[in-house]
Design a protein around this ligand. Structure first.
Ligand SMILES: NC(=O)c1ccc[n+]([C@@H]2O[C@H](COP(=O)([O-])OP(=O)(O)OC[C@H]3O[C@@H](n4cnc5c(N)ncnc54)[C@H](OP(=O)(O)O)[C@@H]3O)[C@@H](O)[C@H]2O)c1
Length: 291
């Protein structure tokens, strides 16, 4: 039996009873190559999910456009009926083209269909948290998000969604969103090498709202840096563990969703919660911040 681990403490989503351990799991890597179709090893994907939950992970980030549909179906196959306290956070606002491209899907009907796709493929009557994903692949774009968020707020009132979050948003879009509905989390690109959101993280911490960095390890091309390698060697850890420990120490409202298709990497990522980075090491890592 896998031992339940210390996962960096926990954080309660504002206005909810959902208390998430700070190290969670991002499920995007469970689909096939380029997040398309089934994985090469379905049993391996199921093993990763079961190991994560057995170790105490109670926050899984997903979307029905991973695969498409495949990742959610694997989550259901691995974990349904879901254990008490497991929070599955999904996102809507994008779709995949036949050429595997990532396209916006922000019309009223596309959003309604996406919520129903998530409900069906995850086997749920109500989604715990739905992030409205706007912006470009890697960064926010300017403009109002009132129209799509109003659709999701309606679905929340209908009981299909418990709570709403945002992804790929600017501080201005967050402020606009908070005049429409309560926002319980924000998910943007942030890691050792991409630190554009320092100010937003601080503001969210002041409001008691978690910030969930996507690509915490650098995404499809994981972080590579001589400084990071040197720090990892000095701490007898791996570069990826240092990258995750840095995020945990960066601000108490940061929740992690590192993605992996490997049980070995999953265990390393969960172990990062026990790695303490002294202040001089954090200063060394500042040389990596590229933004
Ligand atoms: N809102 C958005 O627009 C958005 C965009 C992208 C992602 N996301 C979410 O964010 C989550 C995390 O992002 P991500 O998975 O794309 O990127 P990531 O967590 O930054 O990195 C994943 C990559 O790192 C590798 N990796 C993971 N653990 C490792 C370890 N211990 N040692 C060495 N390599 C390791 C993985 O390969 P292996 O499989 O070989 O371990 C994979 O190539 C996703 O699962 C998804 O839920 C959201």
């Amino acid at each position: 039996m896998t031992k339940q681990m210390n996962l960096g403490g926990s954080f309660t989503l504002p206005g909810t009873k959902m208390t998430l351990n700070r190290v969670g799991y991002g499920a995007m890597q469970l689909a096939g190559p380029e997040v398309w179709g089934p994985p090469r090893n379905v049993d391996g994907a199921i093993a990763v999910l079961r190991e994560a939950v057995a170790a105490g992970v109670n926050h899984i980030d997903t979307s029905d456009f991973y695969g498409p549909h495949v990742t959610n179906q694997i989550i259901k196959q691995a974990l349904y009926p879901y254990p008490d306290g497991l929070v599955i956070v999904t996102k809507v606002g994008a779709r995949r083209g036949q050429d595997k491209s990532w396209l916006h899907a922000l019309s009223r009907q596309e959003l309604i269909d996406a919520v129903h796709d998530n409900l069906r493929n995850l086997g749920l009557d109500r989604l715990d948290v739905v992030n409205l994903r706007v912006g470009e692949m890697m960064e926010p774009s300017a403009g109002s998000i009132e129209a799509p968020l109003t659709v999701l707020a309606e679905l929340k009132r209908q009981g299909l969604i418990r709570h709403l979050g945002l992804s790929n948003v600017s501080p201005e879009q967050l402020a606009e969103a908070q005049t429409i509905t309560e926002i319980v989390c924000v998910q943007n690109l942030y890691n050792l090498a991409h630190r554009n959101d320092d100010g937003l993280i601080h503001d969210l911490a002041g409001q008691g709202i978690p910030y969930v960095p996507f690509f915490p390890l650098g995404g499809f091309s994981p972080l590579q840096s001589a400084a990071l390698d040197a720090v990892a060697a000095s701490l007898r850890s791996t570069p990826m563990q240092v990258a995750l420990a840095w995020l945990l120490q960066r601000s108490p409202n940061i929740l992690l969703i590192p993605g992996t298709s490997s049980v070995k990497h999953l265990r390393q990522n969960l172990d990062a919660a026990t790695l303490h980075l002294p202040s001089e090491i954090i200063a060394d890592l500042d040389s990596i911040g590229g933004d």
